[in-house]
Design a protein around this ligand. Structure first.
Ligand SMILES: C[S@@+](CC[C@H](N)C(=O)[O-])C[C@H]1O[C@@H](n2cnc3c(N)ncnc32)[C@H](O)[C@@H]1O
Length: 599
């Protein structure tokens, strides 16, 4: 996008000869056409600096400091300097007390450079140059940009002074030149910037084996899988701001927003297209509108238009299991035929995979579509051999548990503990040990209302079973109810219980539990049910606490180096939405092996 604009326009405009300033402020990032026009008009260099260009000595002869405002996903560099180190805000301010006005930001980190071999002249050799890396779309950066504009328009510092170090804001206006330049920079692209890599846990590989794009990127389940196989992300799209933040923290890339607004021509060339497109329109829980859902179902067509333009060699798509059955199989047939028509060889049926197939203790069946661009043989089915799936009994939840996490934020409430204790006592008191229906306290003594309008038949059946259970255990249940004040202080959810683990555990406290709208669900502690985006964090019975964020991450095979969103609820939601990394990694490996890809 902006890069193309830069290439197209820069050659026509010459640098301003008379631009001499003491301080240069360079805003680094991706700009829209309107912003570029403003930059050209106002910057020290009246053209944006593009690839291979550097700040010119003649225009920067007096520049003592360069402020480089960079967005972390920016791509090009405009200067070379020796990297001194990464400093936290506190470290930076301690070393440079005049910069206090830069203000705190959670996302900020300071990359400090000593100018060594700057392209813009020996005069400034040895001075400090620093880059303040911030989220470029944040309100603050916009405010800085606005203040710079006001500075140019009004001739005075105006609100720009708020963002300048005190000493600088005292300079006469003529001695400060604030420039914006549409320079794009990715620090690790600089040859001597190796040391910066650890600022994100998953920087792009130094020698990538292939490139990929990450559509509907979420927090990057696909990214991690491709990264593990040596892939480098060249484009990501995700419109949720919180997910974008998590993505940036981990990969140093701020995903672009709404994919429907992105021109396919602006997406870089790539080897693999990854997309876990939103599943609502296809999921059983949704309205089953599929492609007729104009807003969401059509997102598949955005994938299609990208493929039509790029002829991407490999595709890996993921969706809910119900995609195959949706609309009597017509949805899958449409997707399949559209992809074949584009020239993709596909498996005749999409693969149904779950993390537990690979030993990860989560039951989460999903559809994965693998394809290779082969227009000559698009009708030849692709045979993909996945490793023999493991059964859920071969998975151990213990493998992902943090046995020593006693963080109070995961503690259960008193009422939750009481509810679990009360139902545990109930289970021990009744004669039945395998219960194949939900226990509904409020229906123990009430017969089911008859007639389908009153209550659906399946529900009537459950009520009858509850009536019978009560009769079988009347003496115990009456005493139990009395002892616990008829559970009258419990929420409606806590008045119901589903014992779904047969005789496999002796007590609820040995099980894996969840308070769900349908009641307290008690399950075997071998394999977790699918993690979902709704906040219903499961309870690990033996540790008497909720599942931790790290455990949720591990259920989705996110490496322990991954930094979850600092907001716990966002973190759970994001992992619930994510694709399982191991599943995608194994599927991609099988695809690459099958088609003889050389990576
Ligand atoms: C099922 S989630 C994919 C999660 C992702 N694979 C991961 O591992 O985290 C779908 C994502 O698509 C995003 N999304 C939906 N519509 C979008 C659009 N038009 N443009 C960009 N992102 C979109 C949602 O915000 C959501 O995060």
């Amino acid at each position: 996008m902006a890069q193309k604009l830069l290439r197209a326009k820069k050659s026509k405009i010459a640098p301003k000869k008379d631009a001499v300033a003491d301080v240069g402020v360079v805003l680094v990032g991706t700009y829209k056409e309107k912003q570029l026009a403003w930059i050209r008009k106002n910057s020290v260099y009246n053209y944006p600096i593009g690839e291979g260009d550097e700040l010119k000595p003649e225009s920067c002869a007096n520049v003592k400091e360069l402020w480089l405002y960079a967005s972390a996903n920016a791509k090009r560099h405009c200067f070379s300097a020796e990297f001194v180190g990464i400093q936290t805000k506190d470290e930076f301010l301690a070393a440079n007390p005049t910069y206090k006005k830069l203000g705190p930001s959670r996302h900020m980190r300071y990359l400090v450079f000593k100018t060594k071999s700057l392209a813009y002249g020996p005069k400034i050799e040895g001075t400090t140059v620093f880059a303040r890396v911030s989220d470029f779309s944040s309100g603050r950066s916009k405010k800085v940009a606005k203040a710079i504009k006001q500075f140019h328009d009004g001739g005075e510092f105006g609100s720009l002074a708020d963002y300048l170090p005190t000493e600088l804001s005292k300079l006469p206006r003529e001695r400060l030149r604030v420039c914006e330049a549409a320079v794009q920079l990715r620090f690790w692209d600089l040859p001597n910037m190796e040391a910066i890599k650890p600022t994100v846990p998953f920087p792009p590989p130094a020698h990538p084996k292939f490139t990929f794009i990450d559509l509907f990127a979420g927090i990057g389940g696909f990214h991690l899988a491709m990264h593990a196989l040596g892939g480098k992300c060249v484009f990501a799209s995700e419109w949720d701001k919180d997910a974008q933040k998590t993505y940036e923290t981990n990969y140093g890339i701020v995903p672009f927003g709404d994919i429907t607004k992105i021109d396919e021509k602006d997406i870089p060339v790539h080897d693999v297209l990854c997309a876990g497109f939103p599943c609502q329109p296809f999921s059983k829980a949704g309205k089953q509108e599929g492609f007729e859902d104009e807003t969401k179902g059509t997102l598949f067509f955005d994938i299609e238009r990208i493929l039509r333009y790029h002829h991407t060699k490999y595709i890996i798509l993921e969706n809910v299991r119900n995609l195959v059955a949706h609309d009597n199989g017509n949805t899958w047939k449409t997707i399949h035929s559209h992809l074949v028509e584009l020239g993709y060889r596909l498996t005749p049926e999409p693969l149904i995979v779950s993390p537990h197939f690979f030993g990860v203790p989560q039951l989460r069946e999903r559809v994965v579509v693998l394809g290779v661009y082969a227009p000559e043989h698009a009708d030849l089915p692709l045979e993909i051999q996945l490793p023999r799936p493991k059964s859920k009994d071969q998975c151990r939840l213990d493998d992902i548990l943090e046995c020593d996490n006693h963080d109070p934020e995961y503690e259960l409430s008193k009422q939750e503990i009481e509810a679990i204790d009360t139902w545990d006592e109930f289970y021990h008191g009744i004669k039945e040990k395998v219960i194949g229906f939900p226990i509904w306290l409020d229906w123990f003594k009430v017969p089911p209302p008859t007639g389908p309008d009153e209550m659906p038949e399946w529900k009537q059946l459950f009520v009858k079973k509850n009536n019978q259970l009560y009769k079988n255990n009347k003496a115990f249940i009456d005493g139990w109810l009395k002892r616990h004040n008829h559970l009258s202080h419990f929420t409606p959810t806590m008045r119901k219980m589903e014992w779904q683990c047969g005789k496999s555990v002796a007590s609820a406290w040995d099980a894996f539990m969840q308070f769900r709208p349908s009641g307290l669900r008690i399950k075997r502690p071998d394999c977790a049910p699918a993690l979902v985006a709704i906040v219903q964090m499961p309870i690990i019975g033996k540790y008497r606490r909720r599942m931790t964020v790290r455990e949720a991450a591990r259920l989705q095979s996110f490496d322990d180096k991954f930094i979850p969103n600092p907001n716990m609820h966002q973190a759970y939601k994001q992992f619930g939405n994510a694709v399982n990394v191991e599943v995608i990694k194994r599927c991609a490996q099988s695809l690459f092996q099958e088609v003889g890809a050389n990576f």
